[in-house]
Design a protein around this ligand. Structure first.
Ligand SMILES: [Zn+2]
Length: 316
């Protein structure tokens, strides 16, 4: 009896394997293939699988845990700018290799490979567009391009965009994400910090609004320049924001740093950031801030009315 049951059990196990072979790829294999195809997305925080389409509809914010998954620059522009209003600027600017720099690879090879792989010329998109019908100049950095590092092209494109904004009296918004200056361009990369900051100062002198949005991660020379020069500085939840890395600071101070060190929440508490805005509310928040800071154009009849009331006050 026991033998019979055992052999039945064995037989059914064989059947199960046979059926499994016949039924083709398992749901797990299929799932892995679909992840590779980009149909599904696994949250890097809670590992929950979500349909990429659903996740994109929620602006790549995990529906389960609220984790802000990384967004590329094209998707960011779609999220923020009204349809058919985006006009890219200076798309022809290409990086060069003036120092003929070589680390493990030649910088020129590294550039070409990255450009071919992700279809971008450098690590920033700049342009003019409308956000809920209000005009803005928008710069969006892309972490996929050499860690969003700031080389000459990033610096030049942002500077030209800020100058355009000053001329047209547009507010500037920059979505920051960067590992810092691009070491392969040495000093030329560091000079971009001063160049962008100078353009922002002229924008500020013209009494115009600049809002940087710090996303995960914003570090190094970008934090040390335009990311922290905003009139209002916004950040995404849980974004890492800092200058030097945690390990370097810990080794220098010989102290263990707190868990939330260099997070958006910690920076908000210490007054470096003005607000933390979830990505799903970013477009509306930016619109409200920009609408509040629209330059007041005094209509002619108002001027007349003001002059009259001043005169009448004076007469009294
Ligand atoms: Zn999640």
């Amino acid at each position: 009896m026991a033998n019979n049951e055992e052999s039945r059990g064995l037989k059914s196990l064989f059947d199960w394997f046979a059926n499994r072979r016949k039924s083709g790829p398992t749901s797990l294999e299929r799932q892995e293939r679909e992840i590779a195809d980009g149909l599904w997305h696994k949250c890097s925080k809670c590992s929950v699988l979500a349909y990429t389409k659903d996740l994109k509809a929620n602006q790549m914010v995990c529906i389960e845990c609220g984790h802000h998954n990384r967004v590329d620059s094209d998707e960011r522009i779609r999220q923020l700018i009204d349809n058919n209003t985006w006009k890219p600027l200076d798309e022809h600017l290409r990086p060069t290799d003036p120092l003929e720099f070589r680390d493990r690879k030649l910088y020129s090879d590294r550039l070409r490979e990255t450009q071919d792989k992700i279809g971008l010329i450098d690590a920033v998109h700049t342009g003019l567009g409308q956000i809920n019908a209000l005009p803005i100049a928008l710069g969006v950095m892309d972490f996929r391009f050499m860690g969003g590092s700031m080389g000459s092209v990033v610096g030049e494109k942002l500077t030209r965009m800020i100058e355009q904004a000053t001329q047209r009296r547009y507010p500037v918004v920059i979505i920051c994400t960067s590992g810092g200056a691009r070491m392969q361009e040495g000093m030329l990369s560091l000079m971009q910090m001063a160049k962008i900051s100078a353009a922002l100062q002229r924008h500020k002198d013209a009494r115009l609004l600049y809002i940087p949005v710090l996303t995960n991660p914003t570090t190094g020379g970008v934090t040390a320049s335009f990311a922290m020069l905003g009139d209002i500085i916004l950040a995404e939840p849980k974004a890492t924001i800092g200058f030097a890395g945690r390990r370097v600071i810990e080794q220098t101070l010989r102290e263990k740093l707190p868990e939330n060190f260099q997070t958006a929440e910690d920076l908000l508490q210490h007054g470096f950031v003005d607000d933390i805005v979830p990505r799903t509310q970013l477009k509306n928040t930016l619109t409200q801030l920009i609408a509040l800071h629209q330059p007041v154009l005094t209509p002619p009849h108002m001027v007349l009315w003001e002059t009259m009331s001043l005169t009448s006050t004076a007469a009294e």
